[in-house]
Write a new protein. Structure first.
Lengths: 193, 193
DNA sequence: GTCTATACGAAGATAGAC
DNA sequence: GTCTATCTTCGTATAGAC
């Protein structure tokens, strides 16, 4: 039977998914077990059965799950188009997320990076690095020298994450659109040389 | 007597200053009154005397105080040199802050933007906007067209704030240095055209 | 795996004395 | 302005039954 031990279903997965949603909205410190249980509908008695290390473990697994999901999304759009097209596609996803959530849901990796769980903080650090590598590799394929591709990828990830923070604080997608347009100019100049 | 009603001294100012420090390290939600009292040495009985609206008020005033302080710093470096020089000067300040705090203290405005107090969130939004305007004005003086200056300033603020988050998560100032170097290239290209 | 009950501490906030 | 005491709610975590 294929559904046995399916890590994407069941109360455990539901709790992780809810933790991601709530952390995006309120941050790590303000997300409690009670919130996660109410949001996921998971049974009360199974928290420390599924997560023996308690909140640290839940937050770490939620951060890792969000990192994996977002990382797959980045890989997918980088495979489908060029760097500039990928930038636009990613901005579209975030723009929609802001509009449908009323600017309540931000990036879960930023929330983890600034949160109260050291384990999750360090997962956020390596996640940013992974994203930079994916983008740098793509830029290299497009003809950018490896040193420049590496530093440009750091600018892209930083600017995008910063734009999400600014956009959320201002309740407007304009900063995000502006930053993507500026990054497009930089990428084009770097590729065509 | 000149020290009468001095808003920069006394228990009230000490509490605001401590709140800024603690919010930078732990975020808004994880910063409690007990923490602020212990850190500032302020008397316990005066919390709701000085801040009748409680934690919301303290966090809002702390965010505004930090915004004013940082805004004056930005104005100062923009007056002293050109945009590129200001970028380097600001990066120096943050680099030192990370190194002396063991990468514990981040940007208080980002913390407010992602925190649990709506009032402070909105102060963060207008603060980002103020910084963008300051930088855009400087770029205009340096010969950049006003539309481009405006969008470039959004890139600069977003990339800088994003770089702070990435640098803190990775426990390294390298992302900050890399982003500033990339922003320098963009600024030079925009000015000399 | 899930339940209830509970321990234990900390949070924000208020009341009234000094 | 500052104190102590207290209220109430909520947080994480554990114990032991089912």
């Amino acid at each position: 039977m294929a559904t046995k031990h399916d890590p994407t279903s069941g109360p455990r997965a539901a709790m992780i998914g809810s933790a991601v949603d709530l952390i995006r909205e309120r941050g790590v410190a303000a997300t409690s077990f009670a919130d996660v249980l109410a949001h996921s509908g998971a049974p009360r008695g199974s928290i420390y059965h599924h997560f023996p290390r308690g909140k640290s473990q839940l937050v770490e697994e939620a951060t890792q799950a969000a990192a994996d999901r977002l990382g797959r999304g980045v890989e997918r759009v980088l495979d489908a188009t060029d760097t500039v097209g990928a930038l636009r596609a990613l901005a579209d996803v975030w723009r929609r997320g802001f509009e449908t959530s009323g600017y309540r849901a931000g990036c879960p990796i930023v929330a983890a990076a600034l949160g109260t769980e050291p384990g999750a903080r360090s997962i956020a650090g390596t996640t940013f690095d992974t994203w930079c590598s994916l983008i740098a590799t793509k830029l290299t394929v497009e003809g950018v020298g490896s040193a420049r591709a590496s530093s440009l990828s750091v600018l892209i990830v930083s600017a995008l994450e910063g734009a999400l923070v600014v956009a959320q604080a201002q309740g407007s997608t304009t900063p995000l659109d502006t930053v993507v347009a500026e990054l497009e100019l930089v990428c084009r100049a770097a590729v065509s040389r």
